[in-house]
Structures are given as C-alpha cells and as structure tokens.
Design a protein around this ligand. Sequence first.
Ligand SMILES: *[C@@H]1O[C@H](CO)[C@@H](O)[C@H](O)[C@H]1NC(C)=O
Ligand SMILES: *[C@@H]1O[C@H](CO)[C@@H](O)[C@H](O)[C@H]1NC(C)=O
Ligand SMILES: *[C@@H]1O[C@H](CO)[C@@H](O)[C@H](O)[C@H]1NC(C)=O
Length: 365
Amino acid sequence: MVDQEAGKTPNLALIGAGIFVRSQYVPRLREVAHLLSLKLIWSRTEEAAKAIVPLVKDFAPNAEAKWGTDGLKEILQDDSIHGVAVVVAGQVQVELTLQAIKAGKHVLQEKPASSNVLEALEALNIYKSIHASKTPAPIWAVAENYRFEVGLMQAARLVKEVGDIMAVEMIAEAPMNSSNPYFGSEWRRNFQGGFTVDVGVHFIAGLRMMVGSEIVSVAAISRHVDLSLPGPDNMSALLKLENGCPGVFVMSISATSRKISWRVVGAKGTVEAERGTQDGQHGYLVTFLPSAGVPQSSFYPFCGVHEELTAFATDMANVTFKGMSASKVDSRSSPLEGATDVAVVEAMLRSSSQNGAWENVQPIK
Ligand SMILES: *[C@@H]1O[C@H](CO)[C@@H](O)[C@H](O)[C@H]1NC(C)=O
Ligand SMILES: *[C@@H]1O[C@H](CO)[C@@H](O)[C@H](O)[C@H]1NC(C)=O
Ligand SMILES: *[C@@H]1O[C@H](CO)[C@@H](O)[C@H](O)[C@H]1NC(C)=O
C-alpha cells in the first residue's frame, strides 16, 4: 500500500552485486517494486555495479550505478535514500551495516548476522546507542529468509499441537560441489567456519523457529572430508533445548545426496518439514502425523525472500512516513535472532575443536 500522505514508497540503495543479488534480490525486488523504489546499485567495482543496472531497468528505470569508496559515501550522504540492502561478503557486512546506520539509513543486512558472536555483540552495543540517540531510529534488520518461509511457519504452528516434545532432528545433506553457483565464492572460502557457518545458520534458524525453544548447549564433532571445500564440511551435534528436550543436528555439505528436513516428535504426534519440489516449484512439504487419525501433508512453495523484503519495505515506510518506532518492526528480522543462529553454530565449532565437549550457546541480548 502506497503511503497516502507522502504519496511515495521508500527509496532503496542496493549494496552488492554478487550471485545472491543476481539470483534473488533482482527478481524479488521486482515483485515488491510497488512497495520499494530501487534507486542506486553499488559495488566495489564500476563494472560489477553497472552490470546489474540493465537487469532492473524494467522495474527501476532510473536506477543508477555507484562504485568504490566515493560511490558509497555519496549514497550514505544522499538524503533521498531511506534505506539500504547490504548484500556483500560476510566479512564486511557488519562494518558496512554500521556505517549506513550511523548515516541514518534503515538497513536490511543479509545473513549471516556476523562472522562470530563477538562481532555481533559489539555491533549490537553500537546499534543500541544509535537507536537511543537518533529520531526516528534507523532499522537494523537481518535477512534470514527461513524465518519467513510459510511452510516452516506452518510447521511451527503444528508443533504447538503435539504436546510434550520428545525428540528433534534436523538433517541437511547438501552437495556443495563445483556445480553449485556458490562453490567458487571467494569470501565464503575465506570465512571463519566456511560454508558450515554460512549455510548452517539457515538450518538452525529453521530449527529454532519450528521447535519454539532455544538451544542452550551442544556437543559436536565436525570433520573436514572434501578438501576442495574449506573445512569443516561435515558436522553432527547433540543439542540440549531449553525445554529439556534433546535434539540432533546432522549437516553434510560434501554429500552426494540431497535432503533437508526438520522433524519434531511429540507426545501427541510428529511434525516434519522437508524440502522438495511439486509441480516444478521448490518448497517445503509439511506433514503432520497425529497420534490417531490420518497423516496430513501440504506443500508450500518458497517465498521467504519475497516475504522478508515485503516486511522490510512495510516497516521502513511505517517508520519513515508514519512515525512508527523502529522497535515495532518485524521481530523475525531482529539482529538478536540472526546472532543467536551464529552463536549456535559457533558453539558447535567450539565443541568439535574440543573433541565433542559440551559447550553452552552464548545468549544474545
Ligand atoms: C560427510 O558426512 C556424511 C554424514 O554426515 C557422510 O555420509 C559422508 O560420507 C561424509 N562425507 C564424506 C565425503 O565422507
Ligand atoms: C554435484 O552434486 C550433484 C548432486 O549429487 C550432482 O548431480 C552433480 O553432478 C555434482 N557435480 C559434480 C561436478 O560433481
Ligand atoms: C504499517 O503499514 C502497514 C501497511 O501500510 C499497515 O497495515 C500497518 O498497520 C502499519 N503498522 C503500523 C504500526 O503503523
């Protein structure tokens, strides 16, 4: 809905021009073009920034390329830009995000929320002080599309009906080989924890949302098997949840098979969400197996990135044009949530470096 007073939608600058921008941001921003006006596209290099412009011409006819340090400065000083989407290498995302927030921009930052928990905690402290001193306070949203998948949200609703939870399983077998577009991604290869952190936070986000109880401690063993990938590429963990329930998390990114599923076993039934395809669409098959009666399954096509962009656009319009407080924004994009996902994977890596000793997950507040 276009704001009537201002008669316009918030203006966005897109910071980044990598694989995820091309494959997800461009098509999804096209879908929400009625909520958000894409004005500027930035990359480190002129070439990369200019390469995105023709891809968005149909829905952002006036979008311009900006590049390098000067280009970034221009964007941050441009009062007509209300918000930025930060979709760059994991190592520099938090730094760029804080720069933009200090300049008063609303930020949607891609996951992972940070490279590690320490970086997240420092950034959260800085954000809190900016939040207290600027009116309106800028939004800091971390884009974790799994929290916006309607299939996983439906699974979370069903879990509330299965009574006491007795077991939780998350299994991810995903071939990260040279056929995968991210295989050659330089920053992911040099990222602390490699693909395990970058991919693992998604699965942990799904698990936390579906179970509705936090993971308090973990005991994990990881291995580095496929030497064409940065290690570790295989990790299995035992989880202790706040509700007392145990769980398991098994992730192999050097698998040759494909399976991504969450399963919650309760006293009154079992809920499963598994990635699959139906009628050519990718999505989640959500199955409810009640203790008595017939199993029910429904398929939910992927929509997480679309939904998270819609939420950010709406929140940004409400804060910018309608005086809504930035603390009222969609909590699924809270940096506290994103940092908690990182904290869980980090605890697993810590545990595995100590041969599977129990490690507490650092609480993020
Ligand atoms: C990685 O771990 C999975 C199980 O988690 C295992 O099936 C697979 O064999 C391991 N990868 C390799 C290449 O051994
Ligand atoms: C990567 O894994 C997928 C799924 O197992 C397979 O179809 C594909 O051929 C593999 N590519 C390479 C280069 O091994
Ligand atoms: C934010 O905007 C949406 C859409 O315009 C509206 O439905 C919602 O009520 C607004 N929320 C607040 C708190 O203003």
